[in-house]
Ligand binder design. Structure first.
Ligand code: ZN
Length: 432
């Protein structure tokens, strides 16, 4: 029987209760406990995690349903999200999408940004996300309008979604030392992360300046790097060597690194060895990368042959921390997505051939990105941790991912919450 049928699972949970016979992935449970276990929720926190429920509180038997900590999405673009609702068209190629969005900045108003970003946050919350990193296209050195809107929404959403905000500007802009300093100062003042776009042919000789500024202003670094399939233009190694030399690996994240999948295996392995030695982490973005990589900007549609995904098995085998994240949603880069990390994991499970994706890879959307974003709780379900949970009736990966969007239950601060996904028609008035 579905443990979340209305006669077994009340709309309101008591202040103290057991979730018994829950299936919890190894990365999310304390060492030494079996996969099937019981959690006692005491108010807003987890009070106990043990093999079987006690008799000191009401027991809700989950009959093997999966329990995860609430999701952490390491890589999103809230500022651009839902631009399709404003009338922009999807592009077929990364740089065409970049140009399309740049040409649209001047039109963005505070009201539209609030509407689109607020919509995205409601989607993320309804899917079970508790913390999220959004980039912000950095169109003005001291921070664009979207940055100010994102900061205001970060305050408004505190307690529901913990927002990390990260700049996104081309590495070229560091050629002007004063400009780079202005950016870093604005990020430090706003509690932001220093995010840079390192594209093929980018002036990588400017990378040391990024690390200089990160050290001087005490900023974490986050690179969009190698979102392409041209091996001679690979830049990931330059970042890994600097992160290692500067001792900044635990504060450096690289997203995309698509080129790794087309390098000869020996070169790929050597590059992953450098990433591992640096201590920096990688984020793979299956939705946008599967859509944009090996695509052409114009002409008749051709079927892609090279899929542009980071080699996660080889990275993980070297001890590199790997997260899976959403990236773009309903914007010129990607005409889909809904800021649902479980959807990203489900797609990754197919595209990356993950064995037991929920049991063995759930950390890529929970504990690992929590570490990358330096959020307070690492997402492991232990006594004392926040009772922020995502429950799914599925008992194994096949049952969870084949119906990933159905039957999901959310518990936040110990209480059952039932947010409704916002309807896209709410954004119809943005069309221009
Ligand atoms: Zn991105």
């Amino acid at each position: 029987m579905n443990p979340f049928a209305a006669d077994r699972w009340p709309a309101e949970l008591p202040p103290r209760y057991w979730l018994a016979d829950a299936t919890v992935p190894a990365a999310l449970r304390p060492a030494g406990l079996p996969a099937r276990l019981a959690l006692r929720v005491d108010g807003e926190r987890i009070g106990a995690v043990q093999p079987h429920a006690g008799d000191d509180a009401p027991v809700f038997a989950l009959d093997g349903a999966t329990v995860l900590s609430a999701f952490v999405d390491a890589h999103t673009h809230l500022d651009k999200g839902d631009l399709l609702a404003a009338g922009l068209a999807p592009e077929r190629e990364l740089f065409a999408a970049v140009e399309r969005v740049r040409a649209d900045y001047a039109r963005w108003s505070e009201a539209e940004l609030r509407a689109r970003i607020g919509f995205g946050l409601r989607c993320a919350f309804a899917h079970g996300t508790r913390a999220l990193n959004s980039y912000c296209d950095w169109s003005e050195p001291a921070g664009p309008l979207a940055w100010r809107v994102l900061q205001a929404l970060r305050r408004e959403w505190a307690g529901r979604i913990e927002l990390t905000l990260t700049s996104l500007l081309a590495i070229d802009e560091l050629a002007d030392a004063a400009r780079g300093e202005t950016v870093a100062r604005a990020l430090a003042a706003g509690g932001g992360v220093f995010g840079l776009f390192v594209y093929p042919g980018a002036p990588v000789e400017l990378l040391p300046r990024a690390f200089d500024l990160a050290e001087r202003f005490d900023l974490r670094l986050d690179f969009h790097v190698d979102e392409h399939l041209h091996p001679p233009a690979a830049n990931l190694g330059a970042i890994a060597r600097l992160a290692r030399a500067r001792g900044w690996g635990s504060r450096t994240v690289c997203g995309h690194a698509c080129v790794l999948c087309v390098l000869p295996e020996s070169e790929r392995d050597a590059l992953l060895d450098e990433v591992a030695a640096s201590g920096m982490a990688l984020v793979t973005l299956p939705l946008t990368n599967l859509y944009l990589q090996d695509s052409t900007a114009s002409g008749p549609r051709r079927t892609p042959r090279r899929r542009g995904l980071l080699p996660v098995h080889e990275a993980r085998a070297r001890g590199v921390a790997v997260a899976i994240a959403s990236d773009n949603h309903r914007d010129p880069f990607f005409p889909g997505g809904d800021l649902d990390p479980l959807q990203a994991l489900a797609l990754g499970a197919l595209a990356l051939q993950l064995d037991a994706p929920v049991e063995d890879w759930a950390d890529t959307i929970t504990a690992t990105p929590a570490r990358l974003l330096h959020v307070d709780w690492d997402g492991v379900l232990r006594a004392g941790a926040p009772a922020d949970l995502v429950l799914h009736p599925g008992r194994c990966s096949a049952e969870v991912l084949s119906r990933s969007g159905h039957g999901r239950q959310l518990i936040r601060a110990g209480r059952r919450v039932q947010p409704v996904l916002p309807d896209p028609r709410e954004l119809d008035n943005l069309r221009h």
